[in-house]
Design a protein around this ligand. Sequence first.
Ligand SMILES: Cc1ncc(COP(=O)(O)O)c(C=O)c1O
Length: 391
Amino acid sequence: MKLSQRITNITGGGSDGWDVFYKARRMIAKGVDVTELTIGEHDIRTDPVILAAMDQSARGGHTGYAMVPGTQEMREAVAARLTERTGVPTSYENILITPGGQSALFAAHVATCSPGDRALYIDPYYATYPGTIRGVGAEPVPIRTHAANAFKPKAEEIAVEATKGAASLLVNTPNNPTGTVYGRDTLNGIAQVCKEHDLWLISDEVYDTQVWEGEHISPRSLPDMAERTLVVGSMSKSHAMTGSRIGWIAAPKEVITHLINLATHTTYGVPGFIQDAAVFALAQGEELEAEIAAPFERRRDIAKDILANQNTVGLVPAQGAMYIMLDVRATGLSGEAFANSLLDTHNIATMPGESFGHSAHGHIRVAMTVDDKRFKSALQTLVDHAEHLAA
Ligand SMILES: Cc1ncc(COP(=O)(O)O)c(C=O)c1O
């Protein structure tokens, strides 16, 4: 039987650069003690107080169908958070609650792209972006960025592709995989291109609580941008709730009305007890979020100290998120070859920059997701290995 082109085309075919990751998983399955610096999963679990709220809600009977757009309480909690943190007046009608940020990314592209439309995104990128775009039948168009500019996009380079016609532009700050945070100038440039070329802006802000330098600016808050921006949010990273699958889209009311129709025909909403736990978690405010984010800033500083004492491995300025991007070009190896050799010789698993597109070749992404002591030792080994290769 023939499957649809849309579903068979999601991965786009070819190598996706995740071979090192799968190799590490096979080694772990065989009992090898691998230091995993690969995926964006905290080394802590969801806080017990959040679980208690989940338990109380479920036992209290909130296990039936929840309202498809999200519970009133959850939509209002997210709206209040966005109003307070971005200054953009936001009501519950601007919010759809989704099963995580990934489903929000998919829904946002369904809402903005028709089959065959070109959908722009910034390279290097979070691994699912091109597949998400292909999944809605649109054509993924990467916009290359440059290590020398800390992988921040340049408005004029986005404009080159926008001029050829496009429906949307997807950006992500704080950024996975690079750890960079877009400043006001970068975002103003992006906003200008969106307005000039009538693009929807899809702004992935799932790392908005993890900023070590500068500030998180939501492009939805820039002049005349709220009407053309869909913000993707999630509690995965901010509250270590990756497995709870809860996130949201913030968008103009009309967009949300259509997205509710999509949710009715796809997810049919998010479990009520998860939403109640999320409302509880959001009510804990910035203190809990800061506590969850703190290890990544600490480890970023550990990395900075180790890298300050050598000249072989370069650190892309890491201002946020749970990753650092390291330039290993001085070893003469590609990111993929370096990651493979580090895994083979020292049982340390990292992600090749090539897993995230073309712009980050010769780099590796290090997820700062093991305890400080292990992180420090792994990073020192990584540097020693790079120096050995470069020599
Ligand atoms: C940039 C980015 N966006 C979205 C997601 C999706 O997160 P979730 O679906 O867990 O909310 C991730 C997860 O790693 C991510 O790194």
